[in-house]
Design a protein around this ligand. Structure first.
Ligand SMILES: [Zn+2]
Length: 299
């Protein structure tokens, strides 16, 4: 009987668990809405239920459970510092609790670092030792691989690309700073910028009351709506500014961009490449990547 591990993606909206074989192939997957409560108990119960579903077939003994979570954390010690979208996890020892509930080894990882490691193992940056992975979801996540290993830093918080400042007087960010990349290139920023620009584009098809999703703004932009085209130009411009800085500091071989808002690629890739070419020492390959179930990194 083949060995499996359990892999999980805990997002602000959805919880996905899968049994994976040693080659990285998905044997079974299960999904549910992320339950919200006063503490981590509801999340732990949901994880147990989905894990049991993934292991229903007899003989499947998982070796370990790896869970990607949207948190600033120390993955090696399993310590969660802050989870802006799931504050019930702030400061919690989720790792020990899951270990005692599931009876197997548990490894927690920041979701963007997990994406970078996954792309490096089996995805778009496979075969490259030095890569950067940027996920455009509700927020902007980042993972950096240098010399084949994730760059973590002494506290484990390295790679927070979404909180690079690209506009010093820009909008306030949840991290306490201003004008972070996340305030311009995330799905929530796309919606905010569209609302801000509406008075300047009275002929736009974007209507605040009826449109609340970034994907709708992309559809309008793809059809030529000037407001929505301008929103994605800004997404690309600010992304390009941040990437150029990363290229000059880290000299990566490849940059992978994924997450739900990467669906706007056609509209933001041009302005992004322009900024990189203008500002970086040498333009690397910039690849677009989607997880199999698009939106897996959207939370
Ligand atoms: Zn920030």
């Amino acid at each position: 009987m083949s060995e499996v591990v359990l892999a999980g993606d805990l997002g602000g909206t959805n919880l996905r668990i899968a049994a994976i074989d040693t080659e990285g192939r998905i044997v079974h997957r299960a999904e549910a809405e992320t339950p919200r409560g006063d503490d981590e108990s509801d999340i732990v119960e949901a994880i147990k239920r989905l894990a049991a579903e993934c292991l229903e077939r007899p003989g499947r003994q998982p070796r370990a459970f790896g869970l990607a979570i949207p948190a600033i954390m120390n993955a090696q010690e399993g310590q969660i510092f802050i989870s802006p979208n799931l504050p019930e996890l702030n400061g919690k020892d989720l790792s020990s609790r899951l270990k005692s509930e599931l009876g197997i080894r548990v490894l927690l990882e920041n979701d963007a670092n997990a994406a970078a490691i996954g792309e490096s193992w089996l995805g778009a940056s496979r075969g490259f030792d030095n890569s950067i992975c940027i996920t455009l979801g509700t927020g902007v996540g980042g993972g950096i691989i240098i010399g084949g290993e994730p760059l973590r830093g002494p506290d484990g918080t390295a790679g927070e690309i979404g909180h690079i400042c690209v506009e010093p007087l820009g909008p306030p960010c949840g991290c306490g700073s201003n004008g972070c990349l996340e305030q311009f290139s995330s799905a929530s920023a796309i919606v905010r910028m569209a609302k801000e620009l509406l008075p300047e584009y009275p002929g736009s098809g974007f209507r605040d009351a009826e449109v609340s999703e970034a994907s709708r703004i992309y559809e309008l932009g793809a059809a030529g709506d000037a407001l929505c085209v301008e929103v994605f130009r800004r997404v690309g411009m600010y992304l390009g500014i941040a990437i150029a800085g990363l290229v000059n500091v880290l000299n990566p071989e490849v940059i992978v961009i994924g997450g739900g808002a990467a669906k706007g690629w056609d509209l933001f890739a041009g302005p992004m490449r322009e900024e990189i070419a203008k500002r970086a020492f040498r333009e690397p390959n910039v690849l677009e990547s989607f997880a199999p179930n698009s939106g897996a990194t959207q939370d």
